[in-house]
Design a protein around this ligand. Structure first.
Ligand SMILES: Nc1ncnc2c1ncn2[C@@H]1O[C@H](COP(=O)(O)OP(=O)(O)OP(=O)(O)O)[C@@H](O)[C@H]1O
Ligand SMILES: [Mg+2]
Length: 228
């Protein structure tokens, strides 16, 4: 039997579900997604693989509610995205995002970059940010700027930033794609430890078959569809 929790989400349902998601660009000339059905359980680590242009980033963007689909549906713990009162608030509370190119703000130091997603919440998060930066091994660089950090260090800061609002789901788009193999191994190990200690659900896009093998489950996409 299903029960609603205090915030109206159903428990004992998948954390994410999609049905027949489609997304196109250029007035329908480019089909990025062609009917994606997905089901992700709480706490799962899912690797998303597939050739360039098959729709992996597009899928993450729809799950993060950064884009709207042409058709199809998305649910978070049984609640349809279109029924949510404030989709930005949903994203802020439940989704953490990590990108291949880090996307740190160059004019903010490490601590302020991590604190940035917490600004709209109005909560004082400096202690939490320092704690996260300690967990990613960057607490000794709080006052430095992204340009003063290596690629692996920037990605560790970006991971701390993704976790500042204590999300339930981490969406990572080739988080090791810009890193050398040593830094990539470190970042991956870190993500794995954080995922387990925080009970996160993680969807990670990767081209690396060794990384994909470490996931609980692999999803392979082609031409805007999940094929396996
Ligand atoms: N803003 C956009 N405008 C037009 N076309 C786009 C846009 N974003 C994505 N596309 C197209 O949609 C398709 C899917 O793109 P997407 O970025 O999701 O692929 P991907 O699987 O993440 O590729 P990669 O592995 O190279 O990152 C591609 O054909 C791409 O060119
Ligand atoms: Mg991509």
């Amino acid at each position: 039997m299903r029960h609603d929790d205090a915030r109206g989400y159903r428990v004992n349902t998948p954390i994410l579900t999609t049905k027949k998601l489609t997304l196109s660009f250029d007035e329908g000339r480019i089909h990025a997604l062609n009917g994606v059905d997905l089901r992700v359980e709480e706490g799962e680590f899912v690797a998303i693989t597939g050739p360039s242009g098959c729709g992996k980033s597009s899928l993450l963007h729809l799950l993060a509610a950064l884009e709207e689909p042409d058709a199809g549906q998305r649910w978070f713990r049984g609640c349809a995205y279109e029924d949510m009162d404030d989709i930005a608030c949903f994203r802020q509370q439940h989704i953490g995002l990590v990108f291949q190119a880090f996307h740190l703000l160059p004019t903010l130091n490490v601590l302020d970059n991590v604190l940035l997603p917490a600004v709209p919440t109005g909560r004082q998060m400096a202690d939490h940010a320092c704690d996260l930066l300690q967990r990613v091994g960057m607490d000794h660089r709080l006052q430095q700027y992204p340009a003063q950090l290596s690629g692996g260090e920037r990605q560790r800061v970006a991971i701390a930033r993704a976790l500042i609002n204590q999300p339930d789901i981490l969406l990572a788009d080739e988080p090791t794609g810009s890193l050398d193999s040593v830094s990539a191994g470190y970042v991956l190990q870190l993500l794995s430890e954080l995922r387990q200690s925080m009970g996160l659900t993680m969807l990670m896009v990767t081209h690396d078959t060794d990384i994909a093998r470490q996931a609980d489950r692999q999803i392979c996409m082609r031409d805007g569809r999940v094929i396996a």
